[in-house]
Write a protein that binds this ligand. Structure first.
Ligand SMILES: CC(C)(COP(=O)(O)OP(=O)(O)OC[C@H]1O[C@@H](n2cnc3c(N)ncnc32)[C@H](O)[C@@H]1OP(=O)(O)O)[C@@H](O)C(=O)NCCC(=O)NCCS
Length: 162
């Protein structure tokens, strides 16, 4: 099995990451509307390449993780939050997300963070299992926070110390 290569994103990843985001969209993990043309740019004023790590298999982009500061407050500066994680369908189940998550933890530590948090939908079993296996614990639940495909879905807050 190939080992995914993890690297910092660059502006050249715009098309590949935009495409990946669109083809992996589903209500299992997204609370945004299904992307429609004209598509929003992947990178924008809020989220730039420096907020993303990219996974490649044989030179092809197959996944990314977005890690940002949850707020600009100085008193919140020791926290980073995962605000996006996706792996291409054909590359799933081969350890790509785990490699991205571990690299994200290393990078957050390198930038001085002491805590890493995230939000995951209650019905997203693959992601929840992944996060639990990487040491994240449930720190709160917003019950029935989102109405998706006719069902109320919990918003689960998870975090871990770095
Ligand atoms: C969740 C997601 C990122 C996992 O990516 P992946 O590369 O397939 O995950 P990995 O191969 O690294 O698997 C790592 C662990 O995740 C868990 N996992 C992954 N897929 C799973 C599945 N279908 N069912 C249950 N657990 C699963 C397992 O604990 C697995 O460890 P194991 O292989 O030792 O059992 C991927 O399914 C995805 O892109 N989903 C859509 C986007 C999404 O849900 N993002 C998270 C938003 S909060």
């Amino acid at each position: 099995m190939q080992v995914p290569q993890i690297r910092a994103a660059t502006f050249d990843d715009e098309d590949a990451l935009g495409h990946l985001d669109r083809v992996t969209w589903s209500t299992l993990h997204s609370v945004q509307e299904r992307p429609r043309q004209p598509y929003e740019p992947f990178f924008n004023e809020r989220y730039g390449p420096r907020d993303h790590l990219v996974a490649e298999l044989a030179g092809t982009v197959v996944g990314y993780v977005r890690v940002v500061r949850p707020t600009p407050l100085a008193c919140n500066g020791h926290v980073r939050q995962i605000q996006g994680l996706a792996v291409a369908d054909e590359a799933r189940g081969t350890g790509v997300a785990r490699a991205l998550l571990r690299a994200a933890q290393d990078e957050a530590r390198r930038r001085g963070a002491r805590r890493l948090t995230l939000r995951v939908l209650g019905h997203n079993t693959p992601a929840r299992k992944l996060y639990e296996s990487e040491g994240f614990v449930v720190e709160g639940v917003l019950p029935g926070e989102f109405l998706l495909d006719g069902a109320y879905v919990d918003d689960v807050l998870m975090g871990r110390r770095l």
